[in-house]
Design a protein around this ligand. Sequence first.
Ligand code: AMP
Length: 456
Amino acid sequence: MTFAELGLSPELLKAIAEQGYNTPSPIQAQAIPHILAGRDVMAAAQTGTGKTAGFTLPILQGLSQGDKVRANQVRALILTPTRELAAQVADNVEHYARHLPLTSTVVFGGVKINPQMLRLRRGVDVLVATPGRLLDLYQQNAVRFQQLEYLVLDEADRMLDMGFIHDIRKILALLPAKRQNLLFSATFSDDIKQLASRVVNNPIEVSATPANTTVSRIEQLLHPVDKAAKPALLAQLIQQNDWQQVLVFCRTKHGANRLTKFLESKKIRAAAIHGNKSQGARTRALDDFKQGAIRALIATDIAARGIDIDLLPQVVNFELPNVPEDYVHRIGRTGRAGADGHAISLVSAEEGKELNAIENLLGEHLPRSIITGFEPSLEVMPSRLRAQPKKPKKPKAAKATTGRTEGHPPRTDSKPRQGQQRTAKPAHSTSSTPANQPRRSQRRSTANASSNNQSH
Ligand code: AMP
């Protein structure tokens, strides 16, 4: 299957070739012909599947055949949950549209509204927006929807998690009833099904696993450790394994700030990225991280969502997430583009419940490895974390990072290297579908929910 066989125009094929893509990803191959045919589409797909090009390319093709956009009007609206994802999608749109006479822009909160109002004045063919700022702009008469032909809800599950449902309902009420709708979501909970019933009309359903089935290519390992010792353990792991680019997940903004300061005090260049940071600071941190100017990016779940960094080698869960699905999203940041990824979790006794939920979701028992010098105090450890480090057979192997993994001998390499302590067989997902993909039965019931919807 080639992009040309999907029915895309020469201008789009040129832009695709310039991007270096040879073959459509599964979600692209499935979705593009239906979108070109004018159907509503509901897609189970997360970041890493090529979903952005999957909806952007056919929309651009459709728009290039229609009327010219009028002042303050928008012909395609793409809603995303976060500023970072909005900026990323907008970059994609701009790239794919480079050989077409179409305009696009992006609007999100946290930055001045006036320049955004100016950019909307002459109308834009494609507008990428976060819901709150879009409503602000509407209230200020900066944007109108009479010419709207396409609506995309990208990462719809995350939009609901972030409490955007009321904003989305308000936006839906402003749009013309006759339009083409595309809904992308990693999961299909009851809430998403309910939202879908208001958005899509007799949709085609497609689903895709991330490129190279993300979860199965990621080596996962868990280090039991006391909560108070986690910062020191992280600093040691970064230094001894010589990690040059590590994404670290924290549960709270304050925790992220504290950890950043601690790593800086250990001469490890780090930056925090979370909702309290200005847009400028977030963009700068991300750019510095991508370019290697900082080694550790400390992120909360929401800030990290959708960030697309090619070949991110190492993810660390400094704390386990409350929602088990977020574990899969987090570790999905690594192991991109066919490369193997490594995900390490630092788990303290207090996190037994969260660990249980994650292992139940994965259907796997994650391999444990206790790092010498960071043994957790046994009296506070729940039974499932009690993995006592046994004495290594060869004393040489007992370097600080060469902890022992349950039931497996330690590595005896004299030179530490990345992933050194992953001596246990990694917990590969046996399924070709990531753990957070909707189950078949869920998808079917989504179809039922959406087939009898009429309301827009
Ligand atoms: P997305 O799921 O849209 O966030 O895309 C994930 C990554 O895959 C991005 O870095 C895209 O540039 C890349 N990508 C999208 N489509 C293709 C393709 N057909 N072939 C190779 N890479 C792609």
